[in-house]
Design a protein around this ligand. Structure first.
Ligand SMILES: NC(=O)c1ccc[n+]([C@@H]2O[C@H](COP(=O)([O-])OP(=O)(O)OC[C@H]3O[C@@H](n4cnc5c(N)ncnc54)[C@H](O)[C@@H]3O)[C@@H](O)[C@H]2O)c1
Length: 355
């Protein structure tokens, strides 16, 4: 295994700026080259980490590179990831895996045969809270889960629409480059929270006020799980406010705007990574409820290398130690199946089974 992991950093835009610091600060990592079709963006990124810069993707495939980190628009993921895998590189790919299910499957096939550390970057898994929520459900600490609710809205509300009205084109406006609109960008990997699997979906999508956006700026989906639980997902580029709620027969958790969490449970105390629920007067949930306790929980920064869950750090350690990536490409393909089913339902007006 390499003592130093030499990285080619591909796509130096908005997301990359959030986490490039991880690659600068981890002592076993060296960014050899920053690559972007926009040379100014490549130069800026390269300067911040003391790397070379390039506009040419093949620079990522040269002999001195161990791992390729891809943060480019969705439609570039397939050619770039497959070329890197075929060149024997380890690969970390931004979510969603690709702009289409067939592109995602092609990347997964290449990854399966590669014997390299190839995976998906899921920023939510940086958050200890997300792992606590998964544990609460898996351990039955909220009883049987009956409903999940997630509302994810683009921060800044109407900003996207202003951009569209000014005629500023970005890849997010293109159906071909994105694979959809707000749903594919915001709703992936939800199933990971639950031990149950999604079996059927009904979706509704609209674009009522973002003329520069070919995909939807508003999407609502109802998903049915094999446990019988229902999931409601509200996603938008055209609104604000965020929420993640889990309701079970013994308790509930409600997390708002990435900051405030309320929890009630009749199943006793729970000490997770960040959730500290001390329990309370116990009575049947649904009649008298467990005591509601409120706590402030802020997500860690994208570039916090002291966070053991930081998904870049976990990936780079896996490369160094010869382990699989924390989030497999195959699990991202599963997400794409659900996204595709929601889009099919929105188009046909029928509920769609998820295989
Ligand atoms: N995990 C998350 O929370 C999260 C959030 C936002 C975006 N994303 C994903 O991250 C990826 C990048 O999104 P972003 O918000 O940083 O976009 P962005 O537009 O800010 O940056 C993309 C960069 O890639 C460059 N680029 C475009 N085509 C290229 C190519 N073929 N080769 C090299 N460089 C190219 C652009 O010039 C730009 O600098 C997308 O896949 C997106 O879905 C993930």
């Amino acid at each position: 295994m390499p003592a130093t992991v030499n990285v080619a950093f591909v796509g130096c835009g908005g997301m990359a700026a959030h986490y490039l610091g991880v690659y600068r600060d981890l002592d076993f990592v060296r960014v050899a080259v920053c690559i972007d079709t926009n040379l100014d963006a490549a130069n800026r990124a390269a300067e911040s980490v003391g790397a070379a810069s390039s506009c040419d993707y093949p620079a990522a495939l040269s002999d001195g590179i161990d791992a390729v980190v891809i943060s480019t628009p969705n439609s570039a993921h397939r050619p770039q990831a497959i070329a890197a895998i075929e060149a024997g590189k380890h690969v970390l790919l931004q979510k969603p895996v690709a702009a289409s299910l067939s592109d995602a499957e092609a990347i997964a096939t290449a990854a399966e045969n590669s014997h390299r550390t190839v995976g998906l970057y899921m920023s939510y898994f940086d958050q200890p809270l997300i792992h606590d929520l998964r544990d609460l459900a898996a351990q039955g600490r909220l009883g049987n889960i009956v409903h999940y609710y997630a509302r994810l809205m683009h921060k800044g509300g109407m900003m996207w629409s202003e951009q569209a009205l000014k005629g500023i084109r970005t890849w997010r406006g293109s159906l071909q480059e994105t694979g959809g609109g707000c749903f594919i960008q915001l709703a992936v990997h939800f199933e990971w929270l639950s031990p149950a699997r999604i079996v059927r979906v009904a979706g509704f999508t609209r674009n009522l006020h973002s003329p520069g956006l070919e995909g939807e700026d508003l999407a609502t989906a109802i998903l049915e799980m094999d446990s019988g639980a229902l999931v409601t997902l509200d996603m938008a580029w055209c609104s604000d406010d965020e929420q993640l709620s889990v309701h079970g027969t013994l308790g509930r958790v409600n997390y708002r705007n990435n900051r405030w969490l309320d929890m009630a449970s009749t199943a006793g105390p729970f000490q997770g990574r960040v959730i500290r629920y001390s329990g309370g007067p116990v009575a049947a949930f649904g009649g008298e409820q467990g005591e509601t306790q409120s706590m402030e929980i802020r997500p860690p920064a994208f570039d916090d290398i002291s966070n053991p869950l930081n998904q870049h750090r976990v990936f780079l350690e896996a490369v160094r130690d010869g382990r699989p990536a924390p989030v497999s490409i195959a699990s991202g393909v599963r997400d794409m199946r659900i996204v595709s089913a929601v889009y099919e339902s929105a188009k046909t007006g029928r509920a769609v089974e998820v295989s």
